[in-house]
Write a protein that binds this ligand. Structure first.
Ligand code: PLP
Length: 398
């Protein structure tokens, strides 16, 4: 009997009841704008910032409209100007080069290794070309952060971390987002907390935080922030910094607060599913499982496998066969961008030289989302389906 998977790869869990109740309360009182508070009231958004800052051990946190907005704001706040060069990953998703383009800067892409992390040799070789790195922990893979920071510190490069896929993850027990000068997170539906849209920016740098707060559209209401820097920090910054509105509202913050509190539990549930998939896939001929280093605390909200050296036709055949059995896989080797999946040479507004070694890795990356609505049995079934179809195509091709 041919087993078929019937679940949905895009169905998230509902918002916790506590978040729904809090959101209803916000709607009932009508003060959705974060600075619209009555005497003695503290806005949901300010509380979210305080709680998220505490959860990652950051001094300051700013909630904004999206992860992409958080990254562009961090770039502006560290002084990136139009025409500046910004290093970033060749293997990432469109909002990352988009944030660089949003500030008028030019991306220089750094290659990807078979561990699916940034190629540190390539980074070292390109380090003298820029003073900022927007580092994307793409699909949750964290590179050797000690080595990366050593390269960047030696070259005087400011690091901003894109933690859209690593909220809750860590390297040597230091939360992702706490190595660079700023960490940026997304609260969009497909990430680790879900308010539809939303973003968070954390930093220990008071001036960066003050600029980010003014940039986000605080007018002169920055004193209402609970996770903002001391008011003196704003003395000059408030006159020099443009207001580029991208605030979060209290409704989204109300949905997010219980999710931030539950994050560790949710991450453990993602990892159970990830490990069930990994166990089921390991040892399949022709397929490489990505080994995760012991220093990395992962959040397995997606899983990647490598079909290294496969022809495009064979990979496409595996995807087709798996799709027929209900398993939706994404491929980073396709010539044309599809759905959420694109790659450095799809972003033609960037002048990006070809990277043959990275192209060989990208050509083999097969990617799958792991929503928490999957059971562990679902994960075992999905792994069996992928294993069977990869084996059939691999054996036919060998
Ligand atoms: C989702 C995502 C972001 C941020 O996206 P928003 O939709 O703007 O919140 C940033 N980087 C990566 C790699 C992403 O997948």
């Amino acid at each position: 009997m041919t087993e078929i998977f019937k679940g949905s790869f895009t169905q998230q869990e509902p918002i916790p009841e506590e978040g729904i109740e809090a959101a209803l309360a916000v709607m009932r009182h009508g003060r959705l704008h974060r600075y619209n508070t009555v005497a003695g009231e503290v806005a949901e958004t300010a509380l979210l910032e305080q709680e998220f800052a505490a959860s990652v051990g950051a001094k300051y946190c700013l909630a904004v409209a999206s992860g992409g907005y958080a990254m562009a704001t961090a770039l502006r706040a560290v002084g990136v100007k139009p025409g500046d060069k910004v290093l970033s990953n060749a293997f990432t998703l469109a909002p990352v080069p988009g944030a660089i383009a949003a500030v008028g800067a030019e991306a220089i892409f750094v290659g990807v290794t078979q561990a699916l992390t940034i190629d540190l040799e390539d980074l070292a070789a390109k380090a003298s070309n820029a003073r900022v790195l927007l580092l994307s922990h793409m699909r949750g893979h964290i590179c050797d952060m000690d080595a990366l920071m050593a390269i960047c510190d030696a070259a005087g490069i400011t690091v901003i971390e894109d933690c859209a896929h690593t909220m809750g993850a860590a390297w040597r027990d230091v939360p992702s987002g706490r190595f660079g000068v700023a960490g940026c997170y997304s609260c969009q539906t497909y990430k680790h907390v879900n308010s539809g849209e939303g973003g968070l920016l954390v930093t220990d740098d008071a001036e960066l935080a003050a600029r980010a707060i003014i940039l986000s559209g605080s007018y002169m209401m920055y004193e209402k922030h609970l996770a903002g820097p001391p008011v003196e920090t704003f003395a000059k910054i408030r006159y020099e910094t443009p207001n580029i509105s991208g605030r979060m509202d209290n409704l989204r913050a109300a949905l997010l607060r219980p999710q931030v509190r539950d994050l560790a539990t949710q991450c453990a549930r993602w990892n159970e599913r990830y490990h069930a998939l990994e166990t089921g896939l390991r040892g399949t001929a022709g397929l490489t499982v990505i080994e995760r280093p012991p220093e990395e605390t992962i959040v397995g909200s997606s899983i990647q496998i490598l079909l290294m050296g496969w022809t495009a036709d064979d990979v496409t055949e595996v995807l087709r066969r798996c799709a027929d059995r209900g398993v939706e896989l994404k491929w980073f080797g396709a010539q044309e961008p599809v759905g959420f999946t694109s790659r450095y040479d799809s972003w033609r507004y960037v002048d990006a030289p070809k990277m043959p070694q990275s192209d060989a890795v990208l050509a083999g990356i097969v990617d799958m989302r792991v929503p928490l609505t999957f059971s562990l049995e679902d994960c075992a079934l999905i792994a069996r389906i992928i294993r069977q179809e990869v084996s059939k195509v691999y054996q036919a091709g060998v």
